[in-house]
Unconditional design. Sequence first.
Length: 376
Amino acid sequence: MPRKSDRIIFKQVPFVTSKNCIRVGRVKIGGGNSVAVQTMTNTKTEDVHSTLEQIYAAESAGCDLIRISCPTAESTLAVRSIIKTLSDRGSADTAHIPIIADIHFDYRRAIEAMEAGVQGVRINPGNIGNEGLKEIVKKAKESACSLRIGINSGSIERDVLLKYGKPTAAALVESAVLNCKKLEDLDYTNFKVSVKSSDVRTAVEAYRKLSEMIEYPLHLGITESGTYFPGTIKSSIGIGTLLMEGIGDTIRVSLSGNILDEIKVGRQILKSIGMLNNCVDIVSCPTCSRALIDVIGISQEIERYCENIRISLKISILGCVVNGPGEAMTADIGVFGFNESGLAKIYVRGKEKCIAEESRIVEIIKDVISEIEPES
Ligand code: SF4
């Protein structure tokens, strides 16, 4: 078995994102730290059991930060129970997944959420009012809680909207900068910013402009991007474009669907551009008449098997010798169809391991994976 040091590991892309670094509980955001993946629960927050179940599932799926909406006093009371359960579950030195309260209009919900122990609060200061904002910042300082200024097309201040006529990228940026200034005037800088739009071009333009103007961490997202298929495409283009330019410190893929899909897509975006360690990357061909093994079936089975495996690994599964050997040589595990009898060659770290019948390929790949120790 190859030594651990021989493993091919994706390098963290050396992009420099925002210079400021903030901490949301156990997760550092900005300042060159890894891009964090977020999602948001869609249970009734008051339903503590269901919300906790969703948090556990999200964490297992690789979520780094989780947001919970807090529209009522009952919901912030529920957050208190949720955080207590999460805290009781871990040991003294293992902090639980950071919880961020999402507040829209009532500053009192933010105060209650911070008293309940959340590590972050998402606000739109334009909806809160100056007095409420002062109270929130005072509490955030006392409890070392971070904030997010969450601007989106539907919540730009009336005068800014009048100036631009519609929620353009410039309007989003102006609103964000105004609100950054409000927090700075209160001597508070422990925050990140988002300027989301459901229009991909508007969001990309807004984030590009904003990244030239401020050094606070940026949370990226294409808001209300739709159901799984269109939402995945829109988010991949918008978020992917920005990340490739070195913009963005945390992301949320916003889908009308299962929140676990949001995490899966978010992680896949990061994985696709080499910004996610400890994950399995599967390279497989589209197949054609030359295919000698069932590439599609084998790839899908291995993908399901690897969903929750947290090691850096590249697996290539190709149908024939046209491209198979080349890909196999650069993968940790490489498989390709070898002859008309359905035999496949299996390579491990560039060396031929065996020739196997098609029916044994999945089993052999799983065995090799299980022999590889996880990253420490
Ligand atoms: S690797 Fe072979 S089977 Fe797969 S698409 Fe290319 S030529 Fe076709």
